[in-house]
Design a protein around this ligand. Structure first.
Ligand code: ATP
Ligand code: MG
Length: 282
């Protein structure tokens, strides 16, 4: 196909030889199959960021490192420079997460390059070498659902041990590759230790997996892996080898005061966001 203008800089640099076809377009990015020498790869182009939600701006970017205070001030004020800085931080968060996770042994697409707002990475493929389907497009038996759920939980644990929570994990961001499920789409990944919302975000990720795979293997709906994983992590006991039971009982008398306060803060932030939306024109 003709080279889309946003991919031209990669062609000029010799990073890409030709563009084969466009993959299903997501909310935030366009993905293409490209040829690089003898290899087929995936090029992800980020769209403009102006319609990201308030929650993402607040939760996900908390404690994300910015280069200097001018950048931080501009991001806080929402000036054009600030929005550009925020956009760059958002895009590079995915690249950072992919490198860190690949290093930590998590099965994610291998990143090759990040150039002019385009991420060049491994194309996840099915048994025929074609781009792999999203797992929500694949019919599963109960047995397959149980196996994929277990594989993905282990990936979530490995990610957490590497200090990262995905933040948008669901059947729409898991591809079923030839060798099993592969987690993709990480620009909203959060820092597990530095972000006050990390616990809630992790619990939501794990609950999403349970909800999807529980549709094929209903006994999964009774399991409670999220709180168990977070509890072990918080007590410094979580490793990829830690056996999980899916049963979690909070110890009597243990009050998570920090958690309660955060929930109150969250409710306040949500209310403020709601009022802002009501004030916004259109
Ligand atoms: N490495 C990859 N290998 C194969 N296909 C991929 C790869 N990365 C992305 N895709 C395809 O491109 C689509 C969009 O990618 P991704 O989920 O990263 O972007 P997005 O626009 O942020 O998605 P969302 O709709 O979740 O916001 C995926 O659903 C998948 O079909
Ligand atoms: Mg996606």
């Amino acid at each position: 196909m003709r080279t889309p203008p946003r991919l031209q800089p990669l062609v000029d640099e010799g990073l890409v030889d030709s563009v084969v076809r466009q993959l299903m377009s997501g909310k935030e990015a366009l993905a293409y199959v490209v040829r690089c020498g003898d290899e087929t790869r995936c090029a992800k182009i980020y769209k403009e960021a102006n319609n990201r939600s308030f929650r993402q701006a607040v939760d996900y970017t908390e404690n994300r490192k910015v280069k200097n205070t001018r950048q931080a001030r501009a991001m806080a004020k929402g000036t054009k420079f600030g929005r550009q800085a925020q956009e760059a931080a958002w895009q590079s968060a995915e690249v950072d997460a992919l490198y860190r996770l690949a290093h930590a042994g998590v099965r994610v697409p291998t990143p090759y390059n990040f150039h002019e707002g385009v991420l060049l990475m491994e194309l996840i493929t099915d048994a025929h070498g074609d781009a792999a389907p999203r797992i929500n497009d694949v019919p599963l038996t109960a047995e397959q659902a149980r196996a994929h759920h277990a594989t993905l939980l282990l990936q979530v644990v490995r990610m957490l041990c590497a200090g990262i929570v995905h933040g948008d994990l669901s059947e729409f961001n898991v591809l079923l590759g030839e060798d099993g499920p592969v987690i993709i789409d990480l620009p909203q990944a959060v820092d597990a230790a530095g972000n006050n919302h990390a616990q809630r975000i992790l619990l939501r990720d794990v609950a999403n997996l349970r909800g999807f795979f529980g549709g094929f293997a209903p006994e999964l709906l009774q399991m409670d892996f999220g709180p168990e994983i977070w509890d072990l992590y918080q007590r410094g006991l979580l490793t990829p080898e830690t056996p999980l039971t899916g049963v979690f009982r909070k110890q009597e008398g243990q009050v998570d005061l920090g958690g309660v306060l955060r929930e109150i803060d969250d409710a306040r932030a949500e209310e403020a966001a709601r009022r802002l939306r009501m004030l916004a024109p259109g």
